[in-house]
Design a protein. Structure first.
Length: 170
C-alpha cells in the first residue's frame, strides 16, 4: 500500500467513525443512514418495521457510494465506494455488529428484544471501504426530496396577523 492509500483509508475511517450519518446510494437516490464503525467497516441496520429504510440495490456483493458528512457543519468530508455484504443473522460477525448497533439505536421501543426482532424482520449490512474518492464536486449536488406521506401545515390564514395584533393590544 502506498502512503496515499493509507492516508485515504485513515480519512475514511476517522470521518465515518465521527459522523452521525452517512449518505448511501446504490441503484436509486441516496439515503441518510445512522451507522456504527466496527472492525474496518460501517454497519447499518434497517429495512424492517420501525427502522430506517435502506436504499434500493443494497444486496450482498453490490457496490454502494458512501458520502460522509461533518457532524458539526453537515458538509461533505469524504466519499468512498463500499462493497456491501450481509452477515447471516446469528453468526459471530452479525452478533458483534448488532452489539455495537444496539448501543447507538436511539428511542428503541423494545431495547431488550431488539436483536431478535432485527434477526427476524430487518437487515444488517456491512459496508466495507473499497476506495476513497477524494475529488469533491465543484457544483451543487442538491437533489429533489424523496416522496413522503408527511405533510406540512396549511398556509397561515390571511386574517391571523390582524387577530394577533388585536390580542396583543388588549
Amino acid at each position: 500500500m502506498t502512503d496515499d492509500s493509507l492516508l485515504a483509508r485513515a480519512l475514511v475511517e476517522e470521518a465515518t467513525k465521527k459522523s452521525g450519518l452517512v449518505w448511501v446510494r446504490s441503484d436509486g437516490p441516496a439515503r441518510a443512514l445512522w451507522h456504527v464503525w466496527h472492525e474496518g467497516a460501517a454497519y447499518v441496520v434497517g429495512g424492517g418495521p420501525g427502522e430506517q429504510p435502506l436504499p434500493s440495490g443494497l444486496a450482498d456483493g453490490a457496490v454502494a457510494e458512501v458520502t460522509v458528512r461533518s457532524k458539526d457543519k453537515g458538509g461533505r468530508v469524504v466519499a468512498w465506494t463500499a462493497v456491501v455484504s450481509e452477515p447471516a443473522p446469528g453468526s459471530e460477525e452479525w452478533r458483534a455488529a448488532v452489539d455495537e448497533l444496539k448501543g447507538k439505536r436511539l428511542n428503541a421501543p423494545d431495547a431488550q428484544t431488539m436483536p431478535e426482532r432485527w434477526a427476524r424482520e430487518c437487515r444488517v449490512l456491512r459496508l466495507t471501504p473499497r476506495e476513497a474518492v477524494t475529488d469533491l464536486p465543484t457544483g451543487s449536488l442538491a437533489a429533489v426530496p424523496l416522496p413522503t406521506p408527511a405533510t406540512t401545515r396549511d398556509p397561515v390564514p390571511a386574517a391571523l396577523p390582524k387577530l394577533l395584533r388585536r390580542r396583543r393590544a388588549r
